[in-house]
Design a protein around this ligand. Structure first.
Ligand code: 2IT
Length: 444
């Protein structure tokens, strides 16, 4: 495989799709040796076939706001690869959403889903709809309008969307209601549903919980433990909430959360009712974190990111490229020992390079945050069997899956000097599974 040539080709074909090109480059550059060990991959042009989505749907979403004005948004679904199972991946509603972002997310999802051990392909979708400041009625009408287009392309055995940024239980409910009406079926076509109509226990917590199960194993493998460690978390949504809950339960101290307006530093630790309050804050839809400081008497640092604080562990839980080279330098200067992405592609390539150079434990999103989609996979299983498992059963399976992902990273990521390159390990393990499935199924 000639990576530079392939990247040049992709850059020419998809100019300006920076996030997508970033995600592809990261995977290709880490799997190169494993790829070249298998001449049959090159012969079947696995890399060239893997980097292009199977297909992309784009559609218009017209809807009427509370003032009676007509609004027009864009909707997308990227069906990236279904070699090992139905397309699976969330929907993101955020004004920044564009094809590059959804293609990067869909591409990452292929390998993440492969790592979960469950039969799920990779996909992603969403809209540039901005949920900030929208009424419940507006969110419902938007979700209904979005689904009147999307429903033709998805199905419980074809493509199973879920939530992502801006899409939580409420949005999944409205989307599911419209799908059910149009398709005239009750099925597991979306995951992240409420418990009353097929949702799974532990799904809301799963991304954060799974992330902490993974981080715990990273630390234990390095001969230390998570107890009494200080943690910086970014974001204050569902993922940050689950991560704070489990980190606190494990005996660590979470000292930061953040929003687009700045970050909170709470020296006493963000625990108990302060964690519950994150959900309340999120539900107001103003997308600001500063009210936390007023309510609990903590510090609010406007327009800054939490990475300037001295912590043992940094957990990006907000969005892509939210931790850059400068942030990495600050964290390293302050003695950080572990950085694990619970957001997708949370660190820039320059930040990752620095962590690896300084032999800091670094966990990539596609391994660390795979607990979310893994539990979506468990929701699909329960729906297919028309039963629901108790919380302990789902949590036990989530535990097992995260351990298996960690083991795969160790298997493929250990460098000759003993450093565990989790990024390389996750990419190779995920890639090999998908590549072998593609190879076995012929050129299609
Ligand atoms: O990035 C992700 O893995 C998700 N947003 C969850 C996807 C899913 O299908 O549950």
């Amino acid at each position: 495989m000639n990576i530079e040539k392939l990247m040049q080709l992709l850059e020419a074909k998809h100019p300006g799709e920076t996030e997508y090109l970033q995600a592809v480059h990261e995977v290709l550059s880490t799997i190169e040796d494993a790829y070249n060990d298998h001449p049959e991959f090159e012969k079947a042009k696995i890399a060239e076939r893997l980097v292009e989505p199977d297909r992309i749907f784009t559609f218009k979403v017209p809807w009427v706001d509370d003032r009676g004005d007509v609004q027009v948004n864009l909707g997308y679904r990227v069906q990236f690869n279904n070699a090992i199972g139905p397309y699976k991946g969330g929907l993101r509603f955020h004004p920044s959403v564009n094809l590059s972002i959804l293609k990067f997310l869909g591409f990452e999802q292929i390998f993440k889903n492969a790592l979960t051990t469950l039969p799920m392909g990779g996909g992603k979708g969403g809209s540039d709809f901005n949920p900030k400041g929208k009424s419940d009625g507006e969110v419902m009408r938007f979700c209904q309008a979005f689904m009147t287009e999307l429903w033709r392309y998805i199905g419980p055995e074809t493509d199973v969307p879920a939530g992502d940024i801006g899409v939580g239980g409420r949005e999944v409910g409205y989307l599911y209601g419209m799908y059910r009406k149009l398709a005239r079926e009750n099925s597991g076509v979306l995951t992240g549903k409420n418990l009353e109509f097929g949702g799974s226990l532990i799904r809301p917590e799963a991304t954060g919980f799974g992330g902490l199960y993974f981080v715990k194993q990273m630390l234990e493998t390095a001969g230390t433990s998570i107890k009494d460690k200080t943690i910086a978390i970014s974001g204050f949504g569902n993922v940050a909430w689950g991560a704070a809950l489990k980190a606190t339960e494990m005996g660590a101290k979470v000292v930061t959360i953040s929003g687009p307006d700045g970050y909170i530093y709470d020296e006493a630790g963000i625990s108990g009712q302060k964690i519950d309050y994150m959900l309340e804050l999120r539900a107001t839809c103003n997308d600001i974190v500063s009210p936390y400081a007023e309510k609990f008497g903590a510090n609010f640092v406007p327009d800054k990111r939490p990475w300037e604080q001295k912590v043992d562990i940094a957990l990006p839980c907000a969005t892509q490229n939210e931790l850059n080279e400068e942030d990495a330098q600050l964290l390293i200067k302050n003695g950080v020992m572990c950085v694990a992405e619970i957001s997708n592609m949370g660190c820039t390539p320059e930040a990752i390079e620095l962590f690896i150079y300084h032999k800091i434990m670094y966990g990539p999103g596609k391994a660390v945050n795979a607990g979310g989609v893994a539990t979506s996979g468990l929701e699909m299983t329960q729906n297919a069997m028309h039963i629901s498992w108790p919380a302990q059963e789902v949590d036990a399976r989530l535990h097992l899956i995260m351990s298996e992902i960690h083991a795969q990273c160790l298997k493929y990521g250990r460098d000759s000097n003993g450093y565990i390159n989790y990024m390389k390990g996750a990419n190779i393990a995920g890639f090999l599974k998908v590549a072998k499935a593609m190879l076995a199924q012929g050129v299609i």
